[in-house]
Design a protein around this ligand. Structure first.
Ligand code: PFF
Length: 507
């Protein structure tokens, strides 16, 4: 493959595409359901620690692997001479199939809810009951086919430019709508308890290993790690873009959306009487049970709900595309299949792989049972497979690339990460932390340790801790996003200006 490798056109385009793959169902569906299941604020603490201390470094490692080798996952691991590099890299092609198989099923529910909102089908009904009856209807089959057909057709056309351009408009609009829904949610009478649940940690919960394990899976899932997607996207990055500050911008931008989704869902869940859904077997359906109720009590709820689910569909589709793409690219590069053939072939396989989840919902009784298979798959992929592959990228950069990897990370960066602590962090702290969590996951899978009862929550009213936590989280993520993004974009502009004037920049 002597073809010159493509790169992102503009810096802003790269950030939009990165945030585009990262923002999806993971932020608005998976984050709130896990956060609810594992005790709200109690989950947020390991989530923030693992996001900034582990996942952000894992993302930088995937970018380093991609940009340094300019290859797909298979070629990248092979090129740096990682033991069994091609076999391990092959996970970057096969793994996404398993993720896509259920990710697209949830995407298809979102698509259905566009019509359900516009038509007002759930208005005035028990939304838990409505969601369960939808899962047992013929609609699930139809929207599933539609969702698979949409991603396959987009990929067959190869309209990457269209997607990127659309990302730049749709993702910011999704943010604005999320802000509006969150404001409506926190201003509902009775919302206080939800805010408290989301922002006041129950410290004793931090001793529960399953909360840390779930948080570890989620931080990798939300940043699109462990599936080859970020590695491939990193291979399109220009050498002149510093990795650390861009990683901060993408991490903060992506997570701002998750934090907002929590504010949209938890206050409303408590205010509208769905507190009991949180943490139970049905919590995986939280988004489809609580948000419709919020739209019902909003002026213009039909339209607003429709628009919201359209944008969420867009976020989900733009992520699903990045999950389907590696296999198509591999078929094109290595087997020589035309893009179209690859897109429809993978589409057919992926459609078949999604059917078990659809049938489970169709035939089982009770919402919890209908969602059981999908929940299991989500644990296997999201909590085990994704972090394991993510860890391999860290080991590859930390141990197999040696100084080349750390130099690549700091290449052309204005704020460089000091080598010695960076090496220590990537080589020792991150793997040790992850290894402990893997051992705990295995102990749990083999039944040696059991999942405890839900983390208890007794409302005591808004305390100074709640207010402090809220201010801290909002400033950290939204402020961090604005700071990091402004910095990389302003510096970029400055570089262009200096280049035009024929000046070299001094640092
Ligand atoms: N980050 C995406 C989300 O949060 O919805 C999910 C995802 C996309 C995971 C691509 C992994 C991936 F490679």
């Amino acid at each position: 493959m002597t073809k010159k490798r493509e790169t992102w056109k503009s810096h802003w385009g790269m950030i939009a595409a990165m945030i585009g793959t990262a923002i999806g169902l993971g932020n608005i569906w998976r984050f709130p359901y896990l956060c609810g299941k594992y005790g709200g604020a109690t989950f947020l603490i390991p989530y923030v620690i693992l996001l900034l201390g582990v996942a952000m470094f894992a993302m930088m490692c995937e970018w380093v692997l991609g940009r340094h080798t300019k290859r797909d996952p298979l070629g990248a691991f092979d090129k740096i001479k990682f033991p069994f590099g091609r076999d391990i890299g092959a996970w970057g092609i096969v793994g996404p199939f398993f993720l896509y198989s259920y990710y697209i099923v949830v995407t298809s529910w979102v698509i259905f809810f566009i019509f359900a909102s516009l038509e007002g089908l759930y208005f005035g009904k028990d939304t838990g009951w409505y969601f369960a009856s939808f899962l047992g209807s013929k609609w699930v089959f139809l929207v599933h086919i539609a969702a698979v057909a949409i991603t396959s057709s987009i990929l067959a056309m190869g309209v990457q430019k269209g997607i990127e351009r659309a990302c730049k408009i749709m993702i910011p609009t999704l943010f604005v709508l999320l802000v509006i829904v969150a404001i409506r949610s926190v201003t509902l009478p009775g919302a206080r308890e939800g805010i408290e649940f989301y922002m006041r940690p129950r410290w004793e919960g931090l001793l529960r290993p399953e909360i840390w394990m779930a948080a570890l899976g989620q931080v990798f899932f939300t940043l699109s790690l462990g599936m080859g997607a970020m590695l491939i996207y990193g291979s399109y990055m220009k050498d002149e873009w510093g990795i650390p500050m861009n990683a901060l911008s993408v991490t903060m931008g992506n997570t701002s959306a998750s934090i907002l989704a929590g504010f949209a869902i938890f206050p409303a869940a408590f205010a509208l009487g769905f507190g009991n859904v949180i943490g139970g077997a049905e919590s995986i359906g939280l988004t489809f049970i609580v948000l419709p109720k919020v739209f019902e009590v909003m002026p213009g709820g039909h339209l607003f709900g429709g628009l919201f689910f359209i944008l969420l569909t867009f976020g989900a589709i733009s992520s699903a595309i990045s999950i389907q793409e590696p296999a198509i690219a591999w078929l094109a590069d290595e087997v020589g299949w035309p893009r179209k053939k690859g897109a429809f072939f993978t589409g057919a396989v992926l459609w078949l792989m999604g059917l078990p989840f659809i049938f489970n919902g169709f035939v089982a009784g009770g919402l919890g049972m209908k969602l059981a298979l999908l929940s299991k798959m989500d644990v296997i992929i999201g909590q085990l497979a994704i972090p394991v592959f993510g860890m391999l990228a860290i080991i590859a950069v930390g141990y197999f690339m040696g100084n080349r990897g750390f130099d690549e990370m700091n290449k052309n960066a204005r704020i460089k990460l000091s080598h010695t602590p960076l090496k220590f962090w990537v080589r020792a702290i991150v793997p040790i932390f992850m290894a402990i969590l893997f051992v705990l996951t295995l102990l749990k899978a083999t039944g040696v340790i059991h999942e405890g009862e839900g983390v208890g929550f007794t409302p005591v009213g808004i305390t100074p801790i709640t207010i402090f936590a809220m201010a801290f989280i909002c400033i950290l993520f939204w402020g961090g996003f604005i700071y990091a993004t402004a910095r990389v974009l302003i510096i970029e502009k400055d570089k262009h200006r200096r280049r035009k004037l024929g000046l070299h920049h001094s640092r």
